[in-house]
Design a protein around this ligand. Structure first.
Ligand SMILES: [Ca+2]
Length: 354
């Protein structure tokens, strides 16, 4: 959610910094085409850690993505005589087969994961108040939606899914002027947080110009140290104006200034079906997954801040459906309402990580 991560509207200074960050990300997106993954792997090049991210990207385009892809397509190499590109295309189209690779693609064997928290959304009505609370109002990024609290039109559980619905409608919140767009943002803040493990969310994304759903985390110490020092883990971000891109990113502070390390996967119509968005978080690194495919990885050491590191501390989870704003861009009213469906959230701890 944090590229750019504007603080509330009242802080124009930090907002300006975020705009510059987004502008820098732009050219890299044009480098990727087809089903290629792109990402930055600065930890493999220590000399460039303190250089500009633009330099890093120019020297190492696609390096991480291609390696990850090669690993995952080895099955096709052994069993098929089709050219590599055809195998790749076929593999991406066979979304249902990706589960075959989970055991080998994950950093830790599946048998070593212990489920420690979950919401399967196998009930009806309000999201479980023992697990979820709400962000309310206009919260960040100059987005157009007003987040409502405990309003079934915007957040409800039905048919086995959490439904977060973004609507264009005249609505007058309590103690607020009328608004034009409503949606919801659910958070486990003050109720559940985790440090290390595998966080897995099966979801179907909304689509259309302006939509910006996200699955992400913030450090629980945000109320003390602020953003970005608290750290931010974006497990999944998607913007409807780039309908092929899935983004995973870390935000943090280096010497008091915002920095980030993000990767993106280019795939076909990710909103057309449910997919699994996950991260695996160890004391050494965070890996980002789309189904079984690991498309980005960041060494935690990048975010060392003296003796501390925001990613060696607990974070809470946020599921939200934003509209417009700094990254969502212009809104196509005709696509609304749109639904962000979440089948489940599962949090695992690795058996060897206490
Ligand atoms: Ca479910």
């Amino acid at each position: 959610m944090g590229i750019p991560h504007f603080p509330p509207r009242s802080n124009p200074v930090l907002g300006g910094e975020a705009v510059a960050n987004r502008a820098e990300i732009g050219p890299a997106e044009k480098m990727a085409d087809g089903h290629l993954v792109r990402g930055r792997e600065t930890e493999a090049d220590g000399k460039q850690r303190n250089g500009s991210r633009r330099q890093v990207r120019a020297r190492q385009p696609l390096a991480l993505g291609i390696r990850s892809r090669m690993k995952l397509t080895s099955w096709f190499h052994r069993r098929s005589f089709f050219p590599f590109a055809s195998r790749l295309r076929a593999w991406m189209m066979l979304g249902g087969t990706t589960t075959l690779f989970i055991l080998t693609a994950n950093g830790v064997d599946a048998k070593d994961w212990q489920l420690v928290w979950a919401d399967e959304f196998n009930y009806q009505g309000q999201p479980d108040p023992a697990k979820w609370s709400y962000e309310e109002g206009f919260v960040r990024n100059h987005e157009s939606q007003y987040y409502t609290r405990s309003r079934l039109e915007n957040a409800r559980v039905e048919n086995g899914n959490l439904v977060i619905e973004c609507r264009k409608e005249p609505f007058t919140p309590p103690n607020h002027a009328p608004v034009a767009y409503t949606a919801a943002s659910l958070t486990t803040q003050n109720q559940a947080n985790w440090q290390y493990g595998r966080i897995e969310v099966r979801a179907q994304l909304p689509q259309g110009q302006g939509v910006w759903p996200a699955i992400w985390m913030l450090g629980t110490n945000i109320t003390k140290v602020g953003w970005p020092a608290c750290g931010e883990i974006d497990i999944m971000e998607f913007v409807g104006k780039e309908p092929r891109g899935i983004h995973g990113t870390l935000h943090y502070a280096v010497a008091g200034k915002h920095d980030s390390d993000g990767g993106a996967l280019q795939t076909n119509q990710p909103f057309a079906a449910f997919h699994t968005y996950a991260l695996e978080w160890t004391p050494e690194r965070i890996d980002f997954f789309f189904d079984a495919l690991k498309y980005h990885s960041v060494a935690l050491a990048k975010a060392d801040q003296g003796a501390g590191n925001p990613f060696r501390a607990p974070h809470y989870l946020i599921l939200n459906f934003a509209l417009g704003g700094a990254w969502g861009g212009p809104i196509d009213d005709a696509v609304l309402p749109q639904k962000f469906l979440i089948d489940y959230v599962r949090v695992y701890r690795a058996a060897d990580l206490k």
